[in-house]
Design a binder for this molecule. Structure first.
Ligand code: PBG
Length: 308
């Protein structure tokens, strides 16, 4: 039988290419003929502006989605964390690949003492900044954007002592030996989706092909917890520039445990709750409602008005 070609749309950064190759390998093993189609997105081109200021949702996904819609690619590979919680009409997440550790770490070429009153850490994430301000108010943060390689160069030039990054990306780029501190998942809850690679498709992809791709790439356990996290994010109406965090795991009895919350931009307020459930959508939505009713709504509105 002829191997069906699957065109995989991806961003061009090294990490994005790692993710696309990871999916390509799984498709190859399942009898497809994968082909990478690397493209540059708006989010990659605008590097000097903080992401929270570019503002528009989907700066990393729009171009890939228009190629999916036109059938120029069959699937788009993203970090699950970069995918909007509400996809445009006609699109869906087909697969969530097996999750790597979702935690944040500090990467540096020297030892890091979190109690050092002069410590300067690089990050552009409003969530990481708010969390740092909350738990370590003496730490100074500086904005740093660009791909992992660019960020590491900026760090080595001495502007900052270390970078706060997702361990998953660090691992995939083989920078394990630069990890100097591992944040505790219980306190420093990661963002929704961190650590999992997601495959997005448009509904015009033939159902038969879609289901074969899903069989070859989807990790059902990861899918279940990610659906809970994403339902939570959708209800929170967060967007990537709001310090919303959420992380779900499967308990041994088959229940999902979902922890999540929101912080104010200055880190002074941090609302966090934990909930158990078996239906991912219901669980995610209930946790968000609980947080919104417990002061989260006010925090969210204050952030939105500060940003507009
Ligand atoms: N913010 C960008 C981004 N998008 C995905 C990852 C890698 C981790 C992942 O795939 O979840 C990173 C780097 C980081 O946050 O340190």
């Amino acid at each position: 039988m002829e191997r069906r070609v699957i065109k995989i749309g991806t961003r061009k950064s090294k990490l994005a290419m790692w993710q696309a190759n990871y999916v390509a390998d799984m498709l190859d093993a399942a009898g497809f003929q994968p082909q990478l189609v690397p493209i540059e997105t708006k989010g990659d081109k605008i590097q000097h502006v903080a992401l929270s200021k570019i503002g528009s949702k989907g700066v990393f996904t729009e171009e890939l989605e228009s190629m999916l819609r036109r059938g120029q690619i069959d699937v788009a590979v993203h970090s699950a964390k970069d995918l909007q919680s509400k996809l445009p009409d006609g699109f869906k997440v087909l697969s969530f690949c097996e999750r790597e550790s979702p935690d944040d770490v500090i990467v540096s070429d020297k030892e890091i003492d979190l109690n050092d009153p002069k410590l300067i850490l690089g990050t552009s994430s409003t969530r990481r900044i708010a969390m740092l301000k909350h738990y370590y108010p003496h730490i100074t943060t500086v904005d740093v954007r660009g791909n992992l390689q660019t960020r590491l160069e900026k760090m080595k030039s001495g502007i900052m002592d270390g970078l706060v990054l997702a361990y998953a990306g660090v691992r995939r780029m083989n920078y394990d030996d630069l990890v100097k501190y591992w944040f505790d998942t219980e306190r420093f809850i990661p963002p929704v989706g961190q650590g999992s690679v997601a495959i997005e498709i448009h509904e015009n992809l033939p159902v038969e092909t879609a289901s074969r791709i899903k069989m070859a790439t989807n990790h059902p356990l990861t899918e279940k917890v990610l659906l809970a996290e994403r339902a939570f994010l959708r209800r929170m109406d967060g967007g990537c520039s709001i310090p919303v965090f959420g992380h779900a795991e499967m308990e041994s009895d088959g229940q999902i445990i979902l922890k999540g919350g929101i912080a104010s931009l200055d880190g002074k307020e941090l609302i966090q709750r934990t909930m158990y459930g078996s239906d991912p959508e219901e669980l995610g939505t209930s946790l968000a409602d609980e947080i919104l009713q417990s002061g989260g709504k006010k925090v969210l509105e204050d952030i939105k008005s500060a940003m507009s």
